[in-house]
Structures are given as structure tokens and as C-alpha cells.
Design a protein around this ligand. Structure first.
Ligand code: DGL
Length: 326
């Protein structure tokens, strides 16, 4: 039986990083190219064929529209290529949640697309890159990985793009999911899914846009005033995401400034600066009165991606925008 072919799209990150030190001190991301990654992947002997493309060679803190546009184009080509069973994207961990969610919302769920990275450089003691790449390749080659949207494989866990976030600065288990944790049990000899794929046959939620409109994230802290709201508006923000206190709260002056922005047609989404949890409508902040949207389970970074896609697609009205967050 022919081995499934997995296409690896490399963007850089620590998984391609080297430091020249055992502890990973002073490392540089994106130093190892796709050919070396492919040699490593083939050497894992996981029962699949691997091919690859170098999309970028950057730390993911520098990812932007050019890389996202290229990734979407290459993922679309792989989805249309009947010789390709699945896609693995190697990526930095800092913005993995944004890239995964952006692609999750703009691609059909026809084949497994798995993003992975590492918390330690390739040449550091305890490097997790090859283990994460092996998990990602196994998921991408598993028929059960289709119909689930874009997935993130990190730390022996598999997360759905809608749930995942980088929750710690260091350590191979830095990624967590909310409201769902890992959606598969990964062991050295098995990969078992918790439940059936929920998006089989599903088309992309959004067409790929020409660009992403400006949406700013404002981090709430005690005793802040409206300065950052005014700065976002002066910069021409079409949307604002509040990384709010607790359940998406903020000092009265900030809420009033955001209310004024909403009244001017700027879409305001209330998310939380806390590590996880739901932000629901009208709990303490009167969203109906202010004209705000509640982020529900999405953190500020993923809320921004979704709001950018909604605005780019011409979706208007708090009710329709809120429905996309629900
Ligand atoms: N340089 C950051 C990035 O590329 C962090 C390193 C990493 O974990 O990939 O996201």
C-alpha cells in the first residue's frame, strides 16, 4: 500500500532554530531550512513520504500578511493536490495561535492541516522539535485528522485552532486549550481521537481577503484612562479588541470611550486579559447598551483575527458579528 504523502510548509521558528549552546541560550529562530527538516522527517521512518516548501525563515513574532498569504496559497494548493494526504506547517510558537486560527477560518476542513513548532532550539538539551514534528506528521497522515479544521500539535497534545493558546513562556507543555484541551490521545504507538470530526465536508468560513483591516488590541489595567482608545481611533482602527480585566471589564472612562467608538461604527469586542474563561454578554458590562460584542471563549489574539475576517468580509451589525463569536 502506497505511503501517504505529507507536504511540510516551513516558516522558521525555534523548531528551525539553533543556539550553539546546550541550554539554548542566545538562539536564533529560522536557521534550519526545509531540506534539513525533510531529512529529519524522513529519518523518523513514520511510514509516510514527505515533501516540502520553504515559505519563510523567520521568528513568528515577525509573521505578517506576506507569509500568511503565501501559507494560505500553499495550503490551498496542497488541499487540491490529490497526491497530498495532509499538510504540516512548521512555525514559531509566539504567534502559532493566530496563524492556525486565521487558516482554520479561511480553508475547507477537507484534509488534516497541522501546525507545529518547538519551545527549545534544535541543538539544545531536551529539544522538543522532532517529537512535535513526529506528532504533527502522524496527525497529518491519519484519516481521523480530517474534518477537524486546522490543528496544533505541541507537547504530545493535539489542539483545535479555535481552542489553542500559548499559555507559558517556557517548557514543552506551554500550549493549552479552552474550552477543549487536547482532542486526541497521543502515545508512542497510538493516536486516538476524542470524538468524531465535527467539520467533515465543511467549506471555509471566510473567503481569503485581499488584506486584513486594522484592529487594535487594548490591554486593560487598573487606573488607566482613555488614551489608548483615542490612539487606536487616531490610527484608523476599524475594530478594537479589549483585553479586559476579568470578564472583559475596564475602568469606566475606558468603557465610555469604547462606547463612543462603537457609536461611530468601530466594532468593539470585549475579551479577557486572563489566561482563559468565557466572556459573556451583559454580565457586568451592558453590551446591549454600549453596542459591544462579547468574545466568549476566544482570547484577545484570536478575537482580533476573527474580527479582521468579519470586517474584511463586510459582515456588519453586532448581532451577526456576535454570532460568529458564539
Ligand atoms: N522566536 C519566537 C517564535 O518564532 C519564539 C520561538 C519559538 O518558540 O518558536 O515564535
Amino acid at each position: 500500500m502506497a505511503q501517504p504523502c505529507i507536504r511540510i510548509l516551513a516558516t522558521g521558528g525555534t523548531i528551525a532554530g539553533t543556539s550553539g549552546s546546550a541550554t539554548g541560550k542566545a538562539y536564533r529562530a529560522g536557521q534550519i531550512g526545509i531540506e534539513a527538516l525533510l531529512e529529519e522527517a524522513r529519518g523518523l521512518d513514520l511510514g509516510m513520504a514527505c515533501e516540502g516548501r520553504q515559505i519563510a525563515a523567520i521568528g513568528s513574532q515577525d509573521i505578517g500578511w506576506a507569509e500568511w498569504d503565501a501559507l494560505h496559497r500553499e495550503c490551498s494548493a496542497a488541499l487540491a493536490d490529490e497526491t497530498v494526504a495532509g499538510v504540516v506547517i512548521t512555525h514559531g510558537t509566539d504567534t502559532a495561535e493566530e496563524t492556525a486560527f486565521l487558516l482554520d477560518r479561511t480553508l475547507p476542513a477537507a484534509k488534516p492541516i497541522v501546525l507545529t513548532g518547538s519551545m527549545r532550539p534544535a541543538d539544545a538539551l531536551g529539544s522538543d522539535g522532532m517529537r512535535n514534528l513526529a506528532t504533527a506528521l502522524r496527525v497529518a497522515a491519519d484519516p481521523g485528522g480530517a474534518g477537524r479544521g486546522v490543528l496544533v500539535a505541541m507537547g504530545d497534545q493535539v489542539f483545535a485552532a479555535r481552542d489553542v493558546r500559548k499559555a507559558a513562556t517556557q517548557g514543552p507543555e506551554a500550549f493549552r486549550g479552552f474550552p477543549r484541551g487536547s482532542i486526541a490521545a497521543v502515545s508512542p504507538s497510538s493516536l486516538e481521537w476524542f470524538g468524531p470530526p465535527a467539520r467533515t465536508g465543511e467549506a471555509a468560513h471566510f473567503a481569503w481577503p485581499q488584506s486584513l483591516p486594522r484592529v487594535e488590541v487594548i490591554h486593560a489595567v487598573a487606573a488607566m484612562d482613555r488614551t489608548m482608545v483615542d490612539a487606536a481611533l487616531a490610527a484608523g482602527a476599524a475594530g478594537i479588541v479589549l483585553a479586559g480585566l476579568g470578564q472583559g471589564n475596564a475602568p469606566r472612562a475606558v468603557l465610555e470611550a469604547l462606547g463612543e467608538a462603537a457609536a461611530r461604527g468601530v466594532v468593539v469586542v470585549r475579551a479577557s486579559r486572563t489566561d482563559q474563561g468565557l466572556v459573556d454578554r451583559n454580565v457586568e458590562v451592558d453590551d446591549d447598551a454600549f453596542g459591544f460584542v462579547a468574545a466568549r471563549a476566544l482570547n484577545p489574539a484570536r478575537s482580533r483575527i476573527l474580527l479582521q475576517l468579519l470586517l474584511a468580509s463586510g459582515t456588519t451589525g453586532p448581532a451577526r458579528i456576535q454570532a460568529a463569536f458564539d
